[in-house]
Design a protein around this ligand. Structure first.
Ligand SMILES: [Ca+2]
Ligand SMILES: [Ca+2]
Ligand SMILES: [Ca+2]
Ligand SMILES: [Ca+2]
Length: 349
């Protein structure tokens, strides 16, 4: 664990421009617009439960990646749902240019019952070589989120760790996985019932979903020093052994689950090669924004302004899961008005 030893210094740093981000499973204004959105139906169940804790399906609707250099943190947001059956969200982060694993090695740290090494042999797009891995999952009673992290060093080995759990107090109170050892924080809000459907011919779009998996990682853990950060995320089976078709960047329209058999069965022999799949199966801080809608644009006018404040005031007061509850506090109140005011202006800026 020596390589992780300096993280406490980062945690102690003062607040920064990203002080508005709260790890609660709801997109904050500081994230801006997503860098990737889902174009493909979910083959792992369309989530319909509508509560924060558990979900009956998994979908990755949109992806955000933000670097807060002054504060020392990397923020990743994956909107959508994780079925509460211990399926895995696999998050791969390319944060060191010229290093990492364009093809996953079989000598990575033993985390999550050696689940990481199930991915050995997986080949990514040519300009994606991840250096850091995070996986999270949830299930049980009460519903509980768990996570593990690991280095993906160019030559393998490296360090990894289980970073704890975040229990849901009840179905509609946000959870928090607060890793006081390494400084990571995660939350998941499973209340989305929109986003993509399970219909391969008419999947809809992942745009507009603002709840899901929220991740905060100290930059010092990742090895990042400068440059773009790229993220690739997908939903995998409970044993890290059956990739779904929920990948960001998106698989092409109509793509089935990679485990059946796009060679995402991770059986230790042949594996999925994302370089052979159309499009970038990653997204980057350098990418253009995607999705026409934007944070705070409650009336869908294409900009954030007084019309959105007016809509927000209509829902003023206790309003769990309301679209106008931008900060996810369960109340539409001055905090949400303040977020709208911070976002005032044209979308896509
Ligand atoms: Ca948040
Ligand atoms: Ca790299
Ligand atoms: Ca959906
Ligand atoms: Ca590709």
């Amino acid at each position: 664990m020596k390589l992780f030893a300096s993280c406490t210094a980062v945690i102690a740093l003062a607040s920064s421009a990203f002080g508005q981000i709260v790890i609660d499973g709801t997109v904050d204004a500081d994230y801006g617009n997503p860098k990737a959105s889902q174009n493909n139906h979910t083959g792992f169940g369309n989530a319909t439960d509508g509560v924060k804790s558990f979900a009956n399906g998994s979908e990755l609707n949109a992806g955000w990646v933000k670097v807060d250099e002054a504060g020392g943190y990397l923020y990743i947001f994956l909107s959508g749902n994780m079925e509460s059956n211990f399926n895995k969200a696999e998050v791969l982060i390319d944060c060191v240019a010229g290093e990492g694993q364009n093809t996953m090695l079989n000598s990575n740290p033993d985390v999550d019952f050696n689940g990481l090494n199930k991915l050995a042999g997986t080949k990514f797009d040519a300009d994606f070589a991840p250096d850091f891995y995070l996986t999270t999952t949830l299930g049980g009673t009460p519903t509980t989120q768990y996570a593990n992290i690991a280095q993906l060093l160019t030559a393998g080995n490296g360090v990894g760790a289980y970073i704890g759990n975040g229990v849901f107090a009840d179905a509609n109170t946000p959870n928090l996985l607060d890793d006081t050892t390494y400084g990571c924080q995660l939350s998941i809000d499973n209340s989305n019932t929109g986003g993509v459907s399970g219909d391969s011919a008419n999947p809809g779009s992942g745009c507009g979903v603002t709840t899901g998996i929220e991740i905060k990682i100290p930059l010092v853990l990742t090895g990042w020093s400068s440059g773009d950060i790229k993220v690739m995320a997908f939903v995998n089976g409970g044993g890290h052994d059956y990739a779904s078709n929920q990948v960001l960047g998106s698989l092409p329209l109509g793509s089935g689950n990679l485990g059946g058999d796009g060679l995402g069965g991770f059986d230790g022999t042949v594996h999925v090669d994302f370089s052979l799949i159309e499009g970038n199966q990653y997204f980057s801080t350098a990418d253009a924004d995607t999705c026409a809608a934007c944070f705070g644009d409650l009336d869908g006018s294409g900009d954030v302004g007084s019309g959105d404040v007016a809509l927000l005031l209509l829902d003023y007061g206790p309003c769990p899961n309301c679209q106008a509850d931008l900060d996810g506090s369960g109340n539409v109140d001055f905090g949400d008005v303040a977020l709208v005011l911070l976002s005032t202006g044209p979308c896509g800026g």
